[in-house]
Design a protein around this ligand. Structure first.
Ligand code: ACO
Length: 319
């Protein structure tokens, strides 16, 4: 028994903030942001729009596309770094709002930009263990709340949004989630982090980052985990139909693809429109490609991410 993806949905807040608009907030330029990151705009949630609101909208789209109701779901596994509240988990708000009642359970997973890969792996393993049959796996972030809008080195990079997939148990060994690979290295926790938290400063803090160190680790760790996933499945990069990378920075994505010798036509790229939406980035990109028909039955998909922790991971999936 393992799991396969049967549907996907996503949501972006109404407000799109262009690089040009950012020029009036901090000392930056459209040209600098495009050249260094590939980002053209990012979406910013409304003041009263919470992470759970975005997660519910992505979940509802995935449910509608699958022809399912909330009560058909056994577990909500939600990757987020920006929960509505310190507790309870944002996933239980989603459980309530999509109409699951007290059926099944909801839990959050915290692995920052690798959050979706971690959440997918957790859900896949619950299904493999026979404990649940169907899960909503969500990545949702209101990352704009963690930004210091006076710090041009970080505030231009991130955005808000949510993406969701539904996975369900299958006995067909040829489709579905073929493998997931998770890693972390806590010794690197300070190169990308917030300067606060409920257990220390009693605040959420703001994002701080050593950009060049993060860049260096991102390229090497994501290449490593891609190689690990290919080797574990006895395939080569040539066999991949779509690379769906964490959408942090086009230069990081290009470097990983170059190491894999993967042509640009095989990469789903949304970073220009969304910026880095942390845990939401991969499901947002996946849902975009799933719903516009790029991703087709039998396609072999490789997802990979790296984020604060450092955490990193990959998932190989046959649709
Ligand atoms: N606008 C204009 N100038 C800026 C900006 C900005 N927004 N930010 C920094 N600069 C300036 C710097 O102050 C510096 O100026 P100086 O030379 O006068 O001191 C100059 O630009 C170069 O700064 P660097 O930090 O060397 O620029 P770099 O080429 O490394 O690019 C960047 C910075 C884009 C952050 C890059 O390091 C990067 O992409 N790192 C990865 C970060 C990332 O993606 N983090 C997301 C989370 S992790 C993940 O998701 C994988």
């Amino acid at each position: 028994m393992h799991s396969k993806i049967i549907s996907a949905g996503h949501y972006l807040p109404e407000k799109a903030l262009s690089n040009k608009e950012l020029e009036s907030l901090v000392d930056t330029s459209d040209e600098w942001i495009r050249q260094r990151t590939g980002i053209e705009k990012r979406h910013i949630a409304a003041e009263d729009e919470k992470t759970s609101d975005m997660a519910v909208k992505a979940a509802e789209m995935a449910l509608k596309n699958a022809g399912l109701k909330g009560s058909d779901i056994d577990a909500v596994i939600l990757g987020t770094t920006t929960p509505d509240r310190t507790f309870p988990a944002t996933a239980v708000t989603v459980q309530d709002k999509i109409g699951m009642g007290d059926h099944g359970f909801g839990m959050d997973v915290q692995a920052v930009c690798s959050g979706f890969i971690y959440a997918l792996s957790v859900a896949d393993n619950f299904i493999k263990a026979g404990q649940i049959k169907r899960a909503l796996v969500i990545g949702a972030e209101k990352f704009s709340n963690l930004l210091n809008w006076d710090d041009r080195t970080t505030c231009v990079l991130f955005g808000d949004g949510a993406g969701a997939v539904i996975i369900e148990a299958t006995e067909d060994a040829n489709t579905g989630i073929l493998s997931t690979h998770l890693h972390s290295e806590g010794a690197q926790r300070d190169i990308l982090c917030t300067d606060g938290g409920a257990g220390s400063t009693k605040t959420t803090g703001h994002v701080t980052m050593n950009g060049q160190e993060v860049f260096r680790h991102a390229v090497s760790r994501m290449s490593e985990v891609v190689a690990e996933a290919l080797k574990a499945n006895n395939i080569t990069a040539n066999d991949i139909d779509w690379l769906i990378p964490h959408q942090a920075n086009k230069r990081i994505i290009d470097s990983t693809a170059k190491k894999m010798k993967l042509p640009p036509e095989k990469i789903v790229l949304t970073v220009q429109d969304h910026g880095n939406t942390s845990a939401a980035s991969i499901p947002l990109a996946f849902s975009t490609a799933w719903n516009d028909g790029r991703v087709k039955k039998n396609d072999l998909i490789l997802m990979e991410a790296m984020g604060g922790g450092l955490t990193w991971g990959a998932a190989l999936i046959r649709i």
